[in-house]
Design a protein around this ligand. Structure first.
Ligand code: P6P
Length: 339
């Protein structure tokens, strides 16, 4: 009897999972391998950021009005290169680019759009804090041609066929779902393979951490301030501790594993919240719901929001059933501010 459990790579897992897609001829697993390849290249750069001249800002300002870090640019280019080599993809949309990118013009095989944030939390790179890549996969809507790339991506998150993230932390972990549970794979640097380490991730029904940038607390709508006071006062039946990394993928990864709540409320400087709907909130909401948690924008289910622009932002309240239900229950019917 072997003493070691079988090593399951993400490729094996994806092949199994894609059997859920009738008629998929392996194109889906080939698509996802573009993401695994790109993120291995990104992590190799992230791991050596302090050693090569890739730290720090490139100096350009991206479409978000944020100073681009060199690793942002590298990560964006690598994802575009790897994904453009997958003929099943027709459209790519990135946090770093104003407009969606058309790939494989005219190819009738192009049935998927991939939306991504190549390096979320990149402002933390220079101080060696975890960063991440998020991705969302959508099917080309019926009757939409390649000359309408925006229509490929402006779909509610409930229509995602797959989503995931890679967190470049003390280890590199890929977490993804195709709608059949959430599964985590740790990159084994010895063999360069993502190997199954967190099968069928389930978020605890209640946690003991809340995660929000309390520096903006005074500018949160009243209902958020009252809710945080409830957590601090132990009104949910337990003592909470605060954890805020300032890198969404890392904060969400902890919340997936340990439970609790992560919030980015509306603030004075970001009245619609700071996080982007298409490539941050939607993939996270897909994973959180698949893991048994809840993801709302303060009032509505994130996955039900119909986007009207690629880079639109949304408030986020995501986490365990108990904490998010309390947030919703406590404020239903109160004079709560919008969102
Ligand atoms: P703040 C990183 O820039 C990011 O987009 C998310 O990863 C993170 O959750 C958020 O911004 C942090 O923003 O305003 O708290 O510094």
């Amino acid at each position: 009897m072997s003493q070691t459990s079988p090593v399951i790579t993400v490729q094996q897992h994806i092949l199994e999972e894609q059997k859920r897609f009738p008629g998929s001829s392996g194109e889906f697993s080939w698509l996802l391998s573009g993401i695994t390849m790109a993120t291995k290249l990104i992590q190799a750069k992230v791991r050596r950021a302090g050693l090569t001249d890739i730290l720090g800002a490139q100096g350009d300002i991206n479409v978000q009005g944020e100073v681009q870090q060199k690793l942002d640019i590298y990560s964006n280019e690598v994802l575009i290169q790897c994904l453009s080599a997958r003929e099943s993809i027709g459209v790519l949309a990135s946090e770093e680019d104003e407009k969606p990118l058309l790939v494989h013009q005219g190819s009738e095989n192009a049935t998927y759009a991939v939306v991504f944030d190549p390096l979320d939390g990149s402002s933390n790179i220079d101080v060696n804090v975890s960063v991440g890549t998020t991705f969302s996969i959508l099917r080309r809507p019926e009757g939409v041609s390649l000359d309408e790339p925006e229509k490929w991506v402006l779909q509610p998150g409930a229509r995602q066929i797959a989503a995931g993230y890679v967190v470049y932390g003390s280890s590199t972990i890929l977490v993804y779902s195709v709608g059949n549970g959430v599964h985590g794979f740790t990159l084994d640097p010895a063999v360069g393979a993502y190997t199954l380490s967190h099968p069928n991730m389930k978020m605890p029904e209640q946690g003991s951490y809340y995660s929000v940038n309390e520096a903006y607390c005074d500018s949160f709508p009243e209902r958020y301030q009252q809710y945080l006071a409830r957590l601090r006062n132990g009104d949910l039946g337990r003592k909470y501790s605060s954890r805020y990394i300032g890198s969404m993928v890392a904060d969400v990864h902890r919340t997936l594993l340990k439970g609790g709540i992560f919030m980015y409320p509306p603030t004075e400087s970001n009245s619609d919240g700071k996080l982007r709907l298409l490539y941050e909130a939607n993939p996270i909401a897909f994973l959180v719901e698949q893991a048994g948690g809840t993801a709302i924008d303060g009032t509505r289910r994130v996955l039900d929001i119909v986007p009207d622009s690629i880079h639109q932002r949304t408030p986020m309240v995501v986490g365990s059933q108990v904490e998010v239900a309390d947030f919703e229950r406590f404020f239903v019917g109160s004079n709560s501010d919008a969102a």
